[in-house]
Write a protein that binds this ligand. Structure first.
Ligand SMILES: [Zn+2]
Length: 626
C-alpha cells in the first residue's frame, strides 16, 4: 500500500494547467513593504494621527421649510467654516448633491436622466464674510470665489439662501413616498449645500456625486429649524430642543418616560395619527453636535415608538440612548419591533467597537431602502428579518463612517466592508441559535475569479460594488481575524484603529499601519494582495510520497497571492495531525516540500479543511490514499 500513492484526478488537472510555468522560484515581492505615503507629523508611521493632525470644523445654522403643496424645500443657512489647516484658502468648494438629478450631472449624462427638466438647487444671497460672493455651478460641485482669503486659523462665515424641488419619482438615498393614507413620507439627506472636505492628503476633495460613492464630509455642530405642517412628526440627526413647541403634553410626558425604560413607549399611537389638525405649520428645532452631516424625515403618517438602552460612555459612566422608530400604520405589523432592533445594535456596537457618542438614534420608514446618517437611519424593511438586518447594517454605519470619518467616494470598503464585517457578529449575537443568513458567509472565490478590480478602487469605478465594497472586504476582515491574526490580536488592533481615528479621517495607509502597529504582525502581504491589488490564491497539493523518513508532502502556490497553509493529515490509526504553516514558506519558492513524521500510514492530506480561504480552485486541496 505504501508504494501505491494516488493523486486525485482533479489535482492533476490543476498541475497541468500550470505546466508552462517550469520554475516556482519567486522574488518574494509580495512580501515587500507597500508603497505607502511617507509618514509625517499629521499621519504617523504607526498609523495614528500625529501631533499636527488637523481637520476643518464646519458648523451649520439652518432654517428650512417644506411646502407640501408644491413639494419645494426652502432653506437659509449660515456656515461657520474654521480653517484649521496650515494653508490659506482663496476659494471654497461646495457640494450641491441634489443636482445629481439635474440633466447636466455626470449621473444623468451617463444614462437617461432620472427626471426630465429637474431644476436642482438654486442658491441666492450668497455671501462670504458679509460680502457678495460668486458661485460657479459645476453640477454636484460648486466653486465659491470671494473677496480676500481665509488664512490658517481664521473663520469664514458663508451665508446663503437656497431651494430645490423634491423629486416625487427619483430618489437617491432620500425621497418622497406617497403610499400611506395619512400622508406621504419625506426623507431628506445630502440636501444642504455643504463645503467639500479640505484635508492634508488631497487638499480640496472634489470627487463629484455620481450616486455610487456616498459622501465625505466635515465634522461640525448643527442647529436646524424645520417648518412642516402641524400634524407632522420630524425625526432628525439631532435632539429636539423645543418639545413644548411641537408636541402635545402627553407626547412630551411619554418621551420622558421612554428615556427611563427599555420597554417601548408609544409616543404617538396609531389612533392619534390623523386626529391632529394639520392646517397650520410648526417649527421643529434640533441640535446635533460633532456630526458629519444632518438628515431628517417627516410625515403626518408616522406612528412614533421609543425606548432607551443603557450603555457605558467613553469614560465608563452609564448613559441611556434614546432609540426611536417611526412608521406608517400600514407597516406596523413589522415595524412595531423596530425600536428593539435599534436597542440591540446601539448596545452591541457600543460594547464591541466604541461607545455610541450621541444621545439618540431613530429608524424611520420611507422611500430609501437603507441609508445611514448620524442619529437617523432610513429603512424599508418589510419583514422582521429584513428590517432587523438592514437596521443593524445602517445603525452600524454610525461607527463607520459617522464616527470614523472615511472618504466614501474613494474608499467605500472602509465603511461598507468594515460595517458588513461587524454586522456579521452582531447578527450572530442577535439570532443566537435561530436560523438566519450570515452576513459574511463562506466565500466562493472561484465565482469571482474574473472580477479583477482591486477592493481599494473608488466606488464610482466599480460595477460590482456589492461584491467589492461590501461582501469581499467584509469576508476579508473576517478571514484576517479568524484565520490570519487570531481574534485577540485582531480585536485589540481593530479597536485601536477605531479609537485612534474616532472623529477623525483615516486613509487606508492609516488602517494598515495601525493594524500592524497594534498587533505586532507583518501584514503587508495581506493588505497588498487582498485590498490593494487583484491577486488571487490557489494553494494545491502537488505530491504526497511515503519515504523512510516519513510522509513527504509537496505544496504549490499556483497564483500570485500567498497565505499561510492550514494542513491536516489523517492517519490509518485515526489520529489527526494539524499544521499551521506560516506564510513565509512562500518567501523564495512557490513550491514547498516537507516530510512529516507520523505514527502510522497516512489516509488523507488536506489543505484548508474548513474551506475558509479565498482559494479560487479547491479541487486541488485534498489527497486521499486509496
Ligand atoms: Zn451600507
Amino acid at each position: 500500500m505504501l508504494k501505491h500513492v494516488c493523486f486525485g484526478l482533479l489535482l492533476l488537472c490543476g498541475c497541468k494547467a500550470k505546466q508552462n510555468t517550469p520554475s516556482f522560484s519567486t522574488d518574494g515581492s509580495v512580501f515587500l513593504q507597500m508603497d505607502l505615503p511617507s509618514p509625517n507629523s499629521i499621519r504617523t508611521g504607526s498609523g495614528a494621527p500625529g501631533i499636527k493632525y488637523w481637520q476643518q470644523q464646519v458648523d451649520h445654522d439652518i432654517v428650512a421649510s417644506l411646502d407640501v403643496d408644491t413639494n419645494m424645500l426652502y432653506g437659509s443657512q449660515t456656515v461657520t467654516y474654521t480653517n484649521n489647516s496650515p494653508d490659506t484658502l482663496t476659494f471654497l468648494w461646495f457640494q450641491l448633491e441634489q443636482n445629481v438629478l439635474r440633466k447636466d450631472s455626470i449621473r444623468s449624462r451617463e444614462r437617461k436622466p432620472a427626471e426630465e427638466n429637474y431644476a436642482g438647487v438654486r442658491v441666492s444671497k450668497l455671501q462670504v464674510n458679509g460680502k457678495d460672493a460668486t458661485l460657479h455651478d459645476y453640477g454636484t460641485l460648486a466653486r465659491i470665489d470671494f473677496e480676500g482669503d481665509v488664512k490658517s486659523g481664521e473663520v469664514a462665515i458663508i451665508t446663503m439662501d437656497w431651494n430645490f424641488p423634491v423629486s416625487v419619482d427619483a430618489s437617491i438615498r432620500m425621497g418622497y413616498d406617497d403610499a400611506y393614507k395619512h400622508g406621504p413620507v419625506w426623507e431628506f439627506a445630502q440636501w444642504i449645500p455643504v463645503p467639500c472636505v479640505y484635508d492634508d492628503v488631497y487638499g480640496w476633495n472634489t470627487l463629484p456625486y455620481i450616486g455610487r460613492g456616498e459622501f465625505y464630509t466635515n465634522f461640525g455642530d448643527y442647529n436646524v429649524a424645520i417648518t412642516v405642517p402641524s400634524d407632522h412628526l420630524v425625526f432628525a440627526s439631532g435632539v429636539l430642543t423645543n418639545p413644548s413647541g411641537v408636541l402635545t403634553s402627553d407626547e412630551q410626558q411619554r418621551l420622558k418616560e421612554a428615556m427611563k425604560t427599555k420597554a417601548v413607549v408609544k409616543i404617538r399611537t396609531a389612533k392619534e395619527v390623523g386626529s391632529i389638525d394639520g392646517g397650520t405649520d410648526k417649527t421643529w428645532k434640533f441640535s446635533g453636535n460633532n456630526i458629519r452631516t444632518f438628515a431628517w424625515a417627516t410625515s403626518a403618517s408616522y406612528i412614533w415608538d421609543a425606548a432607551s438602552v443603557e450603555i457605558n460612555d467613553i469614560n465608563g459612566n452609564k448613559k441611556r440612548v434614546l432609540c426611536q422608530g417611526a412608521y406608517p400604520e400600514e407597516t406596523a405589523d413589522v415595524w412595531d419591533e423596530a425600536v428593539s432592533y435599534v436597542q440591540h445594535s446601539i448596545k452591541y456596537y457600543s460594547e464591541t467597537l466604541y461607545p455610541y457618542p450621541w444621545p439618540q438614534m431613530s429608524v424611520v420608514r420611507g422611500k430609501a431602502g437603507g441609508m445611514e446618517y448620524p442619529m437617523i437611519v432610513y429603512c424599508r424593511g418589510s419583514s422582521h428579518e429584513s428590517l432587523f438586518n438592514v437596521t443593524d447594517h445602517e445603525v452600524g454605519h454610525d461607527w463607520f463612517p459617522m464616527i470614523v470619518n472615511t472618504d466614501e467616494r474613494r474608499h467605500a470598503w472602509m465603511d461598507e466592508g468594515f460595517n458588513t464585517f461587524v454586522n456579521h457578529y452582531s447578527l450572530e449575537q442577535f439570532y443566537g441559535d435561530r436560523p438566519h443568513k450570515p452576513d459574511v458567509s463562506k466565500y466562493n472565490a472561484s465565482k469571482f475569479k474574473n472580477d479583477l478590480k482591486a477592493i481599494n478602487t473608488p466606488p464610482d469605478f466599480l460595477k460590482s460594488r456589492g461584491h467589492l465594497s461590501y461582501r469581499k472586504p467584509g469576508y476579508g476582515m473576517r478571514f484576517l481575524r479568524e484565520e490570519i491574526m487570531g481574534e485577540e490580536r485582531f480585536d485589540a488592533a481593530f479597536k485601536e484603529y477605531v479609537s485612534r481615528w474616532a472623529f477623525k479621517s483615516p486613509r487606508p495607509a492609516d488602517f494598515y499601519r495601525t493594524m500592524e502597529d497594534a498587533s505586532g504582525m507583518d501584514l503587508q502581504w495581506f493588505f497588498r494582495g487582498f485590498f490593494e491589488e487583484t491577486m488571487q490564491l490557489d494553494q494545491a497539493i502537488e505530491s504526497v510520497t511515503q519515504t523512510n523518513d516519513g510522509l513527504r508532502v509537496t505544496l504549490l502556490n499556483l497564483e500570485d497571492w500567498v497565505c499561510p497553509v492550514d494542513l491536516v493529515i489523517t492517519c490509518e490509526d485515526d489520529s489527526v495531525h494539524s499544521y499551521s504553516l506560516p506564510v513565509t514558506i512562500w518567501a523564495w519558492s512557490m513550491r514547498y516540500t516537507r516530510t512529516f513524521e507520523l505514527p502510522s500510514q497516512a489516509r488523507s492530506v488536506t489543505i484548508d479543511p474548513n474551506n475558509a480561504y479565498p482559494d479560487i480552485n479547491v479541487t486541488n486541496n485534498a489527497w486521499y490514499f486509496h
